[in-house]
Ligand binder design. Structure first.
Ligand code: GDP
Length: 464
């Protein structure tokens, strides 16, 4: 059996501690069969069971029957952890489960730490690090997008993309090292140009992975939306209208922490995370200034800006420049509000000016009657169409830790490009190439420090 420092046998309750039809105590390690044999009575004994079989029996402690059970025997290395594993499927009562676990501990197992089963699976090469993290994501998935994405990651989708990039970088490093060792036979003539092409392609693929992660965040947590505009144009009214009958049930949306200032609205398959900012206006006293700074920060970080204009009066130069400032280069919608009090002349003039200034076609809107809401939602779905995958096949998306490593790798590759442009000698490329390689390796856990491994697995809960 392939074991790295996992000599002891561990046990934990792997199902939840709630009343249920069945509850599972999982035992893993070199003595899993012995421990189970000491507490479970099955025909022929636990140790005689063939791999991947289920046997009916009883769990005993001090000669007294605790429960009936189905006993599953899996033998390493073909098991979840890569070790011998026995799962005791008992009746799922919290008290009973604790008693069965105690029996297993008294019979020689040690209580597993959070995430330790999956950690052993990783250490025994059954899963790589990003796949192990996917186990956690899958358990935590609160919606379809998160579920499919985690499942793809568990299947190795992210690892395959990252490993392909690692292979390309390693090939170049190996070539450079060989060329340094054996300059007579290996020529670096024209090599820098070829390397520049490879590095450009790898950086392009890293950018795609980062973009997919960003899209994943928007799908999972919602589109961070801020409503901006001068005082009295109708920002609060629009916020209320959008929240009104469409107020989403917050617990339906995975990955969002409920912030008093944020409400959610469902738009097709997407969710708007609406920030109720006080609006950005001229700073008066200190308290208002803090509010404005927060609002500005929210607006800068937002995924979507709704910029509101009052269609019943003439647009000021200040409004025009503010509108331009906030929507240029952003995902944004311009709304000309109060369409129910229609003033054709002002509204049409405002639309013309806004369009000329920003390149966006403003929508006519009324917070009072709800006119324009459907157009607004259609517009938002069009703007974010590229975020939703075709056919609902959500890619395995990098998590925050992965994204950090991807950015590190990208930065090192940028330095390689710089060195190539500056005509530096070839052997100098190796260091940055290796840095990029190491960063990518940390995603799949091919070369990670023990501390990082511990950190990742400690975030698991018990019994996983
Ligand atoms: P804010 O300062 O931008 O948040 O603006 P408010 O939402 O407080 O609205 C300012 C005033 O305009 C209020 O009296 C609203 O009732 C009114 N208002 C807002 N939107 C509309 C609209 O679409 N039609 C009409 N007739 N009045 C509106």
């Amino acid at each position: 059996m392939n074991q790295k420092g996992t000599e002891d046998t561990i046990a934990a309750i792997s199902s939840g501690l709630t009343q249920a039809g069945i509850g599972i105590v999982r035992i893993s390690g070199p003595e899993a069969l012995e421990v189970a044999d000491r507490i479970a009575r099955v025909k022929g004994g636990v140790k005689a069971q063939a791999a991947n079989t289920a046997a009916y029996g009883h769990i005993l402690q001090n000669g007294r029957i605790l429960d009936e059970a189905v006993i599953l025997v899996m033998r390493g290395p073909k098991s979840y952890t890569g070790e011998d594993v026995v799962e005791l499927q008992c009746h799922g009562g919290p008290y009973l489960m604790r008693r069965v676990l105690q029996a297993a501990l008294a019979a020689g197992a040690r209580l597993a730490e959070p995430g330790e089963f999956t950690k052993r699976a990783f250490l025994n090469g059954r899963l790589d690090l990003s796949q192990a993290e996917a186990v956690m994501d899958l358990i935590e998935a609160g919606g379809e997008a998160a579920r499919v994405s985690a499942l793809n990651q568990l299947g190795g989708a992210l690892s395959r993309s990252v490993n392909a990039l690692r292979d390309r970088i390693l090939y170049e490093t190996a070539f450079l090292e060989a060329a340094v060792d054996d300059p007579e036979h290996i020529s670096t003539e024209g090599y820098a140009e070829r390397l520049a092409v490879t590095v450009g392609e790898v950086r392009g693929q890293i950018a795609e992975l980062l973009q997919a992660a960003e899209n994943g965040r928007i799908i999972k947590s919602g589109i961070r939306t801020v409503i901006l505009g001068s005082p009295n144009v109708g920002k609060s009214s629009i916020l209320n209208l959008l929240l009104g009958s469409d107020r989403a049930i917050v617990t339906d949306i995975p990955g969002t922490t409920r912030d008093v200032l944020e409400e959610t609205v469902r738009v097709g398959d997407l969710t708007l995370l609406l920030a109720d900012t006080a609006g950005i206006r001229t700073a008066g006293d200190a308290v208002e200034r803090i509010g404005i700074e927060l609002a500005e920060k929210k607006a800068r970080e937002a995924d979507l800006i709704l910029y509101i204009i009052d269609g019943t009066r003439a647009l000021t130069d200040g409004e025009l420049s503010q509108a331009k400032r906030w929507v240029t280069g952003r995902r944004a919608v311009l709304l000309v509000n109060k369409a129910d009090l229609l003033d054709d002349e002002h509204a049409a003039e405002a639309c013309r000016a806004l369009r000329a200034e920003t390149g966006l076609m403003p929508l006519s809107f009324s917070a009072k009657t709800g006119e324009g809401r459907k157009e607004l939602y259609d517009n938002i779905l069009t703007i974010f169409a590229d975020v939703l995958p075709d056919g609902g096949d959500y890619a395995a998306t990098a998590n925050l830790r992965h994204c950090e490593e991807l950015r590190r790798a990208d930065e090192s590759l940028r330095l390689v490009e710089e060195a190539i442009e500056e005509g530096m000698p070839e052997d100098l490329f190796t260091i940055d190439l290796m840095d990029a390689y190491t960063a990518l390796s940390r995603i799949v856990g091919a070369s990670v420090s023990d501390a990082l491994v511990d950190e990742i697995f400690s975030r698991f809960c018990m019994g996983k």
